[in-house]
Design a protein around this ligand. Structure first.
Ligand code: HPA
Length: 248
């Protein structure tokens, strides 16, 4: 079964015919909200709003472990994390969609492993390629079929938030090789890997990163919301394609 974790701008899937909602308890506490289970194009899909259905949980306080655990426990095998980002690389213009292929993690003080329960022991999980190759390929194919342009690849820089970055921080991220910056990509991706879920991220560029382009002086939040709405319409049509053509 496929799950979608929706971020800012995607607190529900309009094209999901909801059949039930399940509140799940986990050894790591409560997920961001109940899992919404329904169908898109005849396939069962699970949806979870990362920041809660009322968008009340900031990026550093999301219970990523409970979210991933709850999805796993419901029989989910594949997860697409949808997230908004700031664009750093020149082609990452507001409104553009991307499918990152690498991550640099700048977050701190987040519960970033499932291996804290005594019965799970110490594990060092391979994370050379943080996103599932197969799921990325299917996202690309689905985007093509849906007629939605999407940039294939780019390094996702995960920052701690909730504040936005300084212009100098963005320059540093660019020197590090980052194409885009967001606050929720980690530890979500590593927790999915640890528990054996295939994971890919679809990102929507909401704004130029701090100090760049339209964000040279400041980042305007109302402007971001409008850009995100347009981007999420495209994300929904990709998800519909994945469900309809090659969902599992
Ligand atoms: N920085 C970090 N996270 C973000 C941004 C940004 O500019 N835009 C959307 N999420």
């Amino acid at each position: 079964m496929l799950a979608i974790i929706g971020g800012s701008g995607l607190t529900q899937l309009a094209n999901l015919t909801v059949s039930r909602r399940i509140a799940v308890r986990t050894p790591y506490g409560e997920p961001s909200g109940p899992l919404t289970i329904g169908e898109i194009a005849g396939r069962e899909i699970v949806f979870l709003a990362r920041h809660g259905y009322g968008h009340t949980i900031p990026p550093h306080q999301v219970n990523y472990r409970a979210n991933i655990w709850a999805l796993h426990e419901q029989g989910v095998k594949e997860v697409i994390g949808v997230a908004s980002v700031g664009g750093i690389r020149a082609d990452m213009q507001p409104g553009v969609l991307a499918l990152p292929d690498q991550i640099i993690d700048y977050t701190h003080d987040r519960a970033a492993t499932l291996y804290t329960l005594e019965d799970r022991g110490v594990q060092h999980v391979d994370f050379t390629w943080p996103y599932s190759r197969d799921l990325r390929t299917r996202c690309l194919q689905a985007a093509k079929q849906a007629g939605v342009p999407i940039i294939d690849g780019g390094v996702y820089a995960a920052t701690q938030g909730p504040r936005l970055e300084t212009a100098a921080e963005i320059n540093r991220l660019e020197r590090d090789g980052a194409a885009m910056v967001g606050m929720t990509g980690m530890p979500e991706a590593i927790l999915a890997r640890e528990i054996g879920l295939s994971y890919a991220a679809i990102t929507v560029v909401a704004n130029h990163a701090a100090g760049r382009g339209g964000s040279a002086e400041a980042i305007s939040m109302p402007h971001i919301a409008a850009i995100l709405d347009g981007g999420m319409v495209k994300v929904r049509s990709i998800i519909e394609q994945i469900a309809g053509t090659n969902g599992r």
